[in-house]
Design a protein around this ligand. Structure first.
Ligand code: F6P
Length: 542
């Protein structure tokens, strides 16, 4: 793909540059005071998700320029290209069709000339049969006992999606089953996850798109030994292991019966795979009907993204606001602050989604970028974060745009808990936007020397994302909202949001170092002085 005009030379980008200078002089306090309709105008409800983006440092002109940037970047055509199955993952020459994973049975979506939808539904149906057998106790282990614990072994997209979704939807999960997630190659992860488990009641799901990932295969082999040490019979593997992968050859090489394999396809990126077979643990936890409700939520947001005009398009707006802060306000990071304990792993999930997708510095035209790309995403659930890092967001020297996420109803209504939680949610956004002036502080009788310390500058932007209740469907919508916001940004930055070459080098070097740590004889010192030194240090003490 060749772009004629660099993004930084687009009329909208140039205009945003000068406009943002004027914007920086405006305060949210004044913008709200002078415009009573602002909250109405800069908020939007679609697909059960309410987005109030009025506490962003924007005016009507900002919004118009951002929307112009989306148009000048060819976003509409790019959206169509993705949904159509074009090979938009250019560096890997692949379609990007996670949207097909949640398409209805009757849809027709083509990759390489083949309609992929029947295969998607065949796998979903197979997953559902398996999940229901495990849930009902019909699936029994080698000694005839039903499964009590499901252990998902995977890493990256083969872990973060499953663990996030399990935690998020725990309310809907089968409480007579427990779920564990092993990802780290640190043996502690496996050891602690299995410490109190009975092998005869444990089912391992080995989740790996490639089935070659070092961490996952190491953990899977350890799981195999652990199981055999207890059950002592190779035949037990078939009853205690299932595989989720695109690589049937490696699955059978590992010794897992491919009858217990759930497939997916190279057009599903790891970080976009939680609604593929990678979600098998989720489906076992919440059941087929709830899983399908989650898929329907994803699909509803897909349709919204594809069809809503940009000015009423949730993912487009969210993505564009991120561009504003990254490229025109110099913000380096973005905080994701869910006010719901069930979403405690949502920030970690979003880190891979956003940063593995948009942490790139070369464009699809193979040129180095001369502008900032992907922001650093981080966060913790509220209210915990308030007693930790919020100080820096309120009074630090850095501009940190925040996404607050909350719900009207609690799944665990306990006394006044939920009202207190939501009051904190709204209060934080209010405090960040409006702050507290030195006059207000002084008027409260504060000593002069203390006034600067107790003053809040405000003008710190945030989005408020609300939904009625955390349901499987809403979770699907929320995740798809971020997936498509990431896509929107990737198109504007002209990067390939669907490859991840940056993780390769470390993997290759680690494979070289492993034997150097283990060899009986001193290895040749082939690294830089520091790495050689570290290897010597480790060998002398291991
Ligand atoms: O970290 C690189 C990566 O390829 C991720 O993109 C992916 O989610 C993860 O490794 C796990 O890969 P796999 O599912 O093939 O084991």
């Amino acid at each position: 793909m060749r772009h004629q005009t660099p993004v930084t030379q687009l009329p909208s980008w140039i205009a945003l540059g000068s406009h943002s200078t004027a914007l920086k002089a405006l305060h949210l306090r004044d913008l709200f005071a002078s415009d009573p309709a602002r909250a109405n105008r800069f908020s939007l409800e679609a697909e059960g998700i309410f987005l109030d983006y009025s506490k962003n440092r924007i005016t009507d002109e900002t919004l118009a320029l951002l929307l112009q940037l989306a148009r000048e970047s060819g976003l509409a055509e790019s959206i169509e290209a993705m949904f159509r199955g074009d090979a938009i993952n250019l560096t890997e020459k692949r379609s990007v069709l996670h949207t097909a994973l949640r398409a209805p049975r009757t849809a027709e979506i083509f990759s390489g000339g083949v309609n992929v939808v029947p295969d998607v539904h065949a796998v979903l149906d197979k997953m559902e049969v398996f999940a229901e057998r495990v849930r009902s106790g019909e699936w029994t282990g080698h000694t005839g006992k039903r499964v009590k614990t499901v252990v998902n072994i995977g890493i990256g997209g083969s872990d973060l999606g499953p663990v996030m979704a399990y935690e998020a939807l725990r309310h809907y999960s089968a409480r007579d089953l427990q779920f564990r997630f092993v990802s780290n190659v640190d043996g502690t992860d496996f050891a602690e996850a299995t410490l109190d488990l009975d092998a005869s009641e444990t089912l391992f799901l080995v989740a790996s798109k490639t089935f070659t990932t070092l961490e996952t295969m190491t953990n899977a082999r350890t799981a195999r030994q652990w199981l055999l040490a207890s059950l002592g019979d190779e035949a037990a593997i078939a009853k205690h292991f299932a595989a989720i992968s695109t690589n049937a050859a490696e699955v059978s090489k590992f010794g897992i019966d491919t009858a217990n394999m759930f497939g997916f396809w190279d057009w599903v990126g790891g970080r976009y795979s939680m609604d593929s077979a990678i979600g098998l643990s989720t489906m076992i936890a919440i059941g087929g009907a709830n899983f399908r409700a989650m898929l329907a939520g994803f699909h509803a947001m897909d349709t919204h993204f594809r069809t809503a005009p940009f000015e009423q398009n949730l993912p487009v707006l969210l993505g564009l606001l991120g561009i504003l802060y990254t490229n025109f306000f110099g913000a380096q990071t973005s905080a994701v602050l869910p006010y719901d304990q069930y979403l405690k792993r949502f920030p970690a999930y979003l880190q891979q989604l956003t940063m593995e997708s948009n942490g790139k510095s070369v464009t699809v035209d193979s040129a180095a970028v001369d502008y900032e790309t992907g922001a650093i995403y981080w966060g913790e659930p509220g209210t915990n974060g308030q007693h930790s890092f919020y100080q820096l967001i309120h009074q630090g020297t850095k501009l940190i745009p925040c996404d607050f996420i909350g719900f009207a109803k609690s799944l665990n209504p306990l006394g006044a808990h939920h009202d207190i939680l939501v009051a904190n949610l709204f209060a934080q956004a209010e405090a960040l936007a409006f702050g507290k002036t030195s006059d207000e502080v002084r008027a409260q009788g504060t000593a002069d020397w203390l006034v600067p310390h107790r003053t809040f500058s405000g003008n710190r932007p945030s989005n408020m994302i609300l939904a009625e209740e955390l349901t499987p469907e809403i979770l699907g919508k929320l995740v798809a909202l971020y997936e498509h916001a990431v896509f929107t940004q990737g198109i504007i930055w002209r990067i390939d949001s669907f490859d991840q070459w940056g993780v390769e080098l470390g993997k290759v070097l680690a494979m070289k170092i492993v034997p150097e740590l283990q060899s009986e004889t001193e290895p040749a010192e082939t690294h830089d002085a520091s790495t050689n030194h570290l290897i010597r240090w480790y060998r002398s003490r291991r």
